[in-house]
Design a binder for this molecule. Sequence first.
Ligand SMILES: NC(=O)c1ccc[n+]([C@@H]2O[C@H](COP(=O)([O-])OP(=O)(O)OC[C@H]3O[C@@H](n4cnc5c(N)ncnc54)[C@H](O)[C@@H]3O)[C@@H](O)[C@H]2O)c1
Length: 266
Amino acid sequence: MSSDKTGPDFTGKTVIITGGAGGLGKAFSLEFARLGAQVISNDIDPAAGDSLTHEAEGLSGRIHFVAGSMGEAETCDRLAAKAAELGGTDILCNNVGIQPAASYVPAHELDDALWDAILTVNLKSFFWMVKRCVPQMKARGKGAIINTASVQGLQSQRGAAAYAASKGGILSLTRQLALEYAEDNIRVLAIAPGTFDTPLLRDVAAGIDDKTYMERLRKAYPMKRFGNPEELARVVSFLASDGASFMTGECVTVDGGIMAQGGWAQ
Ligand SMILES: NC(=O)c1ccc[n+]([C@@H]2O[C@H](COP(=O)([O-])OP(=O)(O)OC[C@H]3O[C@@H](n4cnc5c(N)ncnc54)[C@H](O)[C@@H]3O)[C@@H](O)[C@H]2O)c1
C-alpha cells in the first residue's frame, strides 16, 4: 500500500467501520489507516478481513479486524469494547448494507423475514452502534458519525421496497441524531452514493434478468461511468475531519451527477 499521507491527519483517532472488509467499506478502512487512524473494521467475511489487514501492512495507521454479523447486537458490543480498549470511538462509519437478489420483488410479494433482515442490517445496526459509541464520544468531548445511505433514499426504482425504506430511514435518523448531539460536539452526516463498482453492484446486476441493464445504467450517468470506492473514501475522510467542522445533519450525494438529471433528460 502507498505511504502517501495526503489528506486529514487521523493519528491517534479510533475509527469504527461496519461492513468494512469489502466494497466501499474496505476503501474507507484503508483510507483511514493510510491517514494514521486505528481502524476497527468489521465484516461478516473473515477471509476478507484477513486480506484487508494484510493489505494495510505498511500504512501509518492500523486495522483491527472484528468478524461478525451486524444483524446481531452482540457484534456491536464487541466493536464498542474494542474501541474502549483503544481509548474510545472518535469516528463511527455505519456503512454495512445488503440488498439480496430475492428482495427485488413488488412489495406485496416480499417475504417478512427478508424485510426484517434488510431493515436490521441496514438500519437497526446503525442505531445499535450509536447507542454504544455516543457515550464514548461524549466522554471524549467530540465525535463524528458518517452513515452510508444511498441515492435510493432520495429517489427510487421498482423492486427495492425494503432497501429503499432502509436508506430513507438512514437519512431521517441522520437528521435526528445531528440535532440530539449537536451540543455534545458530535457531528452526524449521511452520504448518498450513486453507483460504485463493488461486489454489491455485481450481485445486483446478477439478480437482474436484463443483461443490458448495467450498460444502460452506466450510460445514464452524466459522467458515463460508475464511481471508484476510493473516490468515496476521500469524501468520507474529509467529512469525518475537522475540515467539515460546521457540517452536521446533512446528506452529501456522491453520484457523478445522476441525481441532478431529470427523468425527462434521456
Ligand atoms: N455499491 C454501490 O453502488 C452503492 C450505492 C449506494 C449505496 N451503497 C451502500 O454502501 C454500503 C456498502 O455497499 P458495498 O457496495 O460496498 O457492498 P458490498 O456487498 O460490496 O460490501 C459490503 C461488505 O459488507 C459485508 N457484509 C454483508 N453483510 C454483513 C453483515 N450482516 N455484517 C457485517 N458485514 C456484512 C460484506 O461481506 C462486504 O464485505 C451499503 O450500505 C450499500 O447499501 C452502495
